[in-house]
Write a protein that binds this ligand. Structure first.
Ligand code: FRU
Length: 474
């Protein structure tokens, strides 16, 4: 990979130094968005986990704060403080709930890491772990659930002030589940119900659950750990959402529909929060576990989150859009209307690696259309729309990354009167594509040299394109 260590994205969150994986504790607290994250401050690889911490007022520019949680004895003496979340308490303090991984001697004398849930309380800057930790252990789970996989609590407050949290857990027969817990005070927790199980259909085990209302529906969002059956859910390390309804009185979740949250390559560990204006915002890790070894040489930081997205429901599906804060930093606009493309074409002024680009394409007669990004003579990342198969393919085989990882994914898209609309967020080493106002998204990192800043349009037959690009004043 050829990216220089200095090439930090302009509007995506990265760790100042060290390693980042899952976003944690995504919340709005004391007038700022807080973004914690799985963090190793000492190296650009995973190691016993800390919680990094950053704040922002616009979800685009982040200010680094001191590390919020660190592994220590006795409850976080294993691989550290795993993923979790944040909410506000009645006294105005912020409550973090996370997975404490404890190195424990097993009856056969072997040391193994077990997973429990703990809390930490703070003021937005400093956090303390109370002596009552851990607050949830295997003893709180119904019989038959393992103590080795029980993690990633996502916490929220109910209308009456009750604290609720959903975690993932694993039955000893090997099937994963999402479980609901409640507490009156945030300290004393009890098991309520199993909301849903993997049933070997949606992965073998889940990670990073979230459970929230959205436009009259209830969403259970999860990261499946194992390869899913072929077909729509092809991605293994990706995120799925069950869209359904929830009966609060009986704690029964009924799923009606299931959706893959991103059809691209690098998207995992989502977490949502409510903005003060009521928007449901989602962030995610712009990476997956399968290709974290492809690092720029000499880099001092590694890992980034997506540009946060706003979620809505339309026709029973979740729509995703980049947060509208991005519109406020739009600078110079370059616009072309109904240009005919035949062969490969570039358009004056349409280029760059930090941009917000919208392309509406009307390909002729079932012939394919390709958009190349981050392009020069040796590199490109392509998006190919084939109207015959209704597939959009993201391909970074020529982006400059290692050969032995996944570089190509396709997803089915819907044309609107024969046209397809793509909004593309480019930010140095990542691309996020929103199809038809967010019906589908495709996300990937691209460690391509920054000098490759070309954008070209190629039609297999004849295509009509309308292109609108904004520079971002960040
Ligand atoms: C997901 C995950 C979580 C865990 C964390 C550890 O990417 O495996 O389940 O809490 O990462 O860093």
């Amino acid at each position: 990979a050829a990216i220089s260590p200095e090439e930090r994205p302009a509007y995506h969150m990265t760790p100042y130094v060290g390693w980042l994986n899952d976003p944690n504790g995504f919340s709005y607290y004391k007038g700022k968005y807080h973004q914690f994250y799985q963090y190793n401050p000492y190296d650009v690889r995973w190691a016993p986990m800390h919680w990094g911490h950053a704040v922002s007022t616009d979800l685009l520019h982040w200010e680094y704060l001191p590390c919020a949680l660190a592994p220590d004895s006795p409850v976080d003496n294993g691989p550290g403080c795993f993923s979790g979340s944040a909410t506000e308490m009645d006294d105005g303090k912020q409550l973090l709930m996370y997975t404490s991984v404890i190195a424990e001697k097993q009856p056969n004398g072997e040391m193994r890491d077990i997973q429990t849930q703990s809390i930490a309380i703070g003021d937005g800057l400093n956090y303390e772990k109370p002596a009552c930790n851990p607050v949830l252990t295997q003893k709180d789970l119904p019989e038959g659930f393992s103590k080795f996989d029980f993690r990633d609590p996502k916490i929220w407050r109910e209308a009456d002030g009750t604290y609720s949290a959903v975690t993932v857990c694993l039955a000893e027969d090997g099937s994963g589940a999402a479980a609901l817990f409640q507490s009156k005070d945030g300290f004393d927790w009890h098991f309520v119900t199993v909301l849903e199980r993997c049933n070997n259909q949606y992965g073998k085990m889940w990670e990073c659950p979230d459970f929230f209302p959205l436009d009259g529906k209830q969403i259970l969002m999860l990261g499946p750990m194992e390869m899913l059956p072929k077909g729509e859910f092809h991605n293994g390390h990706n995120v799925i959402a069950f869209i359904g309804s929830y009966d609060q009185a009986t704690h029964t979740f009924t799923k009606e529909n299931v959706q893959l949250m991103d059809g691209g390559i690098d998207f995992y560990a989502t977490q949502t929060t409510l903005a003060p204006d009521g928007r449901r915002l989602m962030t995610a890790w712009l990476q997956t576990w399968s290709d974290t070894e492809d690092k720029p040489k000499g880099c001092k930081w590694f890992g980034q989150t997506i540009c946060p997205r706003e979620l809505h429901i339309k026709d029973g599906r979740i729509l995703q859009a980049p947060v509208r804060e991005l519109d406020a930093v739009h600078g110079k606009r370059t616009f072309y209307e109904n240009v005919t493309v035949q062969g490969e074409t570039s358009l004056e002024g349409i280029k760059g690696r930090v941009a917000d680009l919208t392309v509406t394409v009307q390909p002729g007669e079932y012939r394919s259309f390709t958009l190349k990004l981050a392009a020069d003579a040796d590199h490109h990342t392509s998006l190919t729309y084939d109207p015959y198969t209704s597939e959009l393919t993201l391909d970074r085989s020529y982006a400059g990354s290692r050969a032995d990882i996944v570089h190509r994914r396709s997803c089915k898209v819907r044309s609107q009167n024969g046209a397809l609309k793509l909004r593309i967020l480019l930010d140095k080493n990542s691309v996020e594509v929103f199809v038809n106002d967010g019906e589908q998204t495709m996300t990937a990192w691209i460690y391509t040299p920054q000098s490759a800043d070309g954008i070209t349009f190629a039609a297999d037959g004849k295509a009509t394109v309308t292109v609108e690009q904004f520079e971002l004043n960040l």
